[in-house]
Design a protein around this ligand. Sequence first.
Ligand SMILES: [Zn+2]
Length: 78
Amino acid sequence: MKTERNKRPKVMIDLNLINTLVEGCPACGKKFSLGDMAVPAIGSWGGPKLIHEAEAVFDEKSQCYVERRHFEGMHPEK
Ligand SMILES: [Zn+2]
């Protein structure tokens, strides 16, 4: 039986989040801007951290976001 697990948490960067994400996005190293869409993704940095949505791919297998370059490293055949 197939269970619905299409949970894709997505957040819009607001002032509160900007204040907690002073280091910026670990994927591109840039600061977040108000209104950016971000997702918690795993990557070379380890556990889930918020990165820009455009820099993440959704891994259907593990049902979580993975940073694009990290994902390609995990699936070199693609
Ligand atoms: Zn980024």
